[in-house]
Design a protein around this ligand. Structure first.
Ligand code: HEM
Length: 263
């Protein structure tokens, strides 16, 4: 992320010589490419030897491999996109949820009780609330497909529009006590109403995040496991903000004490 940010934001000196940012990007890209190459070789082997095993174990990769419209390069690129799209976003959201839970003892207790339930609706609400207050995407961007009228403005086709969901999701115009970490607002029983586009951490429409369900489930399951065995406390008082590094990431290290509750 750092490498990508330093390379693509700012003057493009990397086109003339390899800047420090470019070197970081290049070396991390090579590592990721090597990992992907190894994985793709295994998938290719499985695809040739027993495609039914691939369908059962990795349906997404099966669909990708059997799409005849895609070249081999397209397949590698799409696999990398899935891989990269899912790493920082999920790690950041998990770390920040742990941080919010460590800061809010009552919320943490409620989430721990919820860890014994099947649907984990409160833990899921905690993840939604983290993504409302600290979304990993600053904005959702789209090129307009046709001339479009917004209020008194006529915006021509082809214009790049950015909808800053990270701003509306923290705005008191859209959420009561907008700055507080209050997962209960997402519970159906609470009946709190808000604009359905005010918080859009996974985007919207045909190009919205395809990993949404996977991310929500894996984060909820991980939190459940952690809460069942550990009490969370912060090492020090932390007021974590976010900085833009292509995605938004925490602006400082998050150090959490995991106190084992099984003794
Ligand atoms: C908390 C976790 C995640 C967050 C907050 C997140 C957020 C986003 C957002 C905001 C977009 C842009 C959507 C739009 O423009 O409307 C996106 C796109 C994407 N995400 Fe995620 N994502 C997460 C996890 C994942 C995971 C786990 C995967 C893969 C397994 C993934 C794969 C992708 C891909 C491939 C795209 C590009 C889709 C396209 O351009 O058509 N994401 N994500």
């Amino acid at each position: 992320m750092e490498g990508m940010y330093e390379t693509f934001i700012g003057p493009p000196f990397w086109k003339i010589f390899k800047t420090a940012g470019y070197k970081k990007l290049e070396s991390s890209h090579q590592i990721i490419y090597r990992i992907m190459e190894k994985h793709l070789k295994n998938v290719t082997r499985m695809h040739c030897q027993s495609p039914e095993k691939l369908i059962a174990r990795q349906p997404f990769m099966y669909t990708l491999f059997t799409n005849e419209q895609l070249t081999d390069d397209d397949k590698v690129m799409l696999s990398m996109e899935i891989f990269l799209g899912g790493i920082d976003t999920t790690a950041t959201t998990t770390a920040l949820t742990l941080c919010y839970l460590a800061q809010n003892e009552l919320v943490q207790e409620k989430a721990r009780k919820d860890a014994t339930t099947k649907d984990m609706s409160y833990i899921r609400a905690c993840v939604k609330e983290t993504l409302r207050l600290s979304p990993t995407a600053g904005a959702n961007s789209r090129f307009l497909a046709r001339d479009t009228k917004f209020d008194d403005y006529l915006i021509p086709k082809g214009t790049l529009l950015l909808a800053f969901s990270s701003v509306t999701s923290c705005d008191k115009k859209y959420f009561k006590n907008a700055q507080s970490y209050y997962p209960d607002r997402w519970l159906r029983a609470n009946n709190e109403e808000f604009h359905k586009f005010a918080s859009l951490p996974f985007g919207y429409g045909p190009r919205m995040c395809p990993g949404k369900r996977l991310a929500e489930n894996e984060i909820a399951i991980l939190l459940k496991k952690i809460l069942q065995s550990y009490k969370l406390e912060l090492e020090a008082d932390l007021n974590v903000g976010m900085v833009y590094r292509m995605n938004r990431i925490p602006d400082r290290p998050i150090n959490i004490k995991f106190i084992n509750t099984n003794y």
